[in-house]
Design a protein around this ligand. Structure first.
Ligand code: ATP
Length: 270
């Protein structure tokens, strides 16, 4: 049996209200939602609908979440794949798999294709000449460029891609008619952290002493993914102690645990 090339979700439930903060990025992708919902409005005036946008920012800041919310808001199918899985899993057949993906997305258009970690496919060509899989990766990248150039402006497939290393991408990807828009998705500031806590506290049984402003102050440098982890970890800590609600101390313990995990990760990198 064939390994799975991509996920297809035709009933995305994620919406902008699941994405906290990121007001600027949400405004920019709102335009893409409008293109997908009423393409005629734009094309009838001779405008060309963009084919791609690059979401750029550190890990865990909500790039995947935002891309999914675009599909959810526009009510269109969401085709997603990870650049690194792709390069590892499809040695020898990457280019033909890219063709399959675009074919399916076109058949179901309007639709979104989301490529996470596009840098795994889209690193500048000609570097790492020693690596054996390099030709393969270049073929895959070339096919991606061909597909993006090949579909007409009325195809109504928009390709979103995420990276935390826009600087290492092949410049050909950023040319007009490809990923010619960059949308920055940054780490949250204190106000945004508070909003992210509010989203992830929704399903949690909260004790009286919980103070969201305090939690936001205790978590500088945390990404949205880190905050989601804190909330889940706090609930698990409270449950382990047999509590009926999650309190401030459970959250502080969870924050400590997440900071411990982040420090360990940094040690491996340096
Ligand atoms: P990576 O670069 O590691 O793939 P990413 O930027 O795509 O990360 P997501 O996968 O979207 O990050 O985020 C992981 C999870 O963190 C989300 O599913 C969500 O639970 C939480 N999260 C991240 N950012 C936000 C946000 N702005 N609002 C609410 N939740 C968030």
């Amino acid at each position: 049996s064939k390994a799975k090339l991509f996920d297809e979700n035709t009933d995305v439930k994620t919406s902008f209200k699941d994405v906290a903060g990121l007001e600027g990025a949400k405004e920019e992708v709102q335009e893409i939602v409008d293109f997908l919902k009423t393409p005629e409005k734009y094309t009838s005036l001779g405008g060309k609908i963009p084919k791609g946008a690059l979401l750029v920012g550190p890990p865990g800041t909500g790039k995947t979440l935002l891309a999914k919310a675009v599909a959810g808001e526009a009510k269109v199918p969401f085709f997603s794949l990870s650049g690194s899985d792709f390069v590892e899993m499809f040695v020898g057949v990457g280019a033909s798999r890219v063709r399959d993906l675009f074919k399916q997305a076109k058949e179901k258009s309007p639709s979104i294709i989301f490529i996470d970690e596009i840098d795994a496919i889209g690193r500048a060509r000609g570097k790492n000449a020693m690596s054996g899989s390099n030709d393969e990766r270049e073929n895959t990248l070339n096919q991606l460029l061909t597909e993006m150039d090949g579909f007409g402006t009325n195809t109504n497939v928009i390709v979103l891609a995420a990276t935390n290393r826009a600087d290492i991408l092949d410049k050909a990807l950023m040319r007009a008619g490809r990923f010619d828009r960059q949308i920055f998705v940054d780490l949250p500031d204190i106000v945004e952290r508070k909003e992210i806590f509010e989203v992830h506290l929704r399903p949690i049984k909260k004790a009286e002493d919980l103070d969201i402003d305090f939690l936001a102050r205790q978590t500088p440098g945390f990404s949205g993914a880190d905050i989601a982890n804190v909330c889940n970890e706090a609930a698990l800590i409270a449950a382990r102690k047999g509590k009926k609600a999650v309190n401030k101390q459970d959250f502080l313990d969870a924050v400590d645990r997440i900071i411990g995990g982040l420090e360990k990760k940094n040690k491996i990198i340096t």
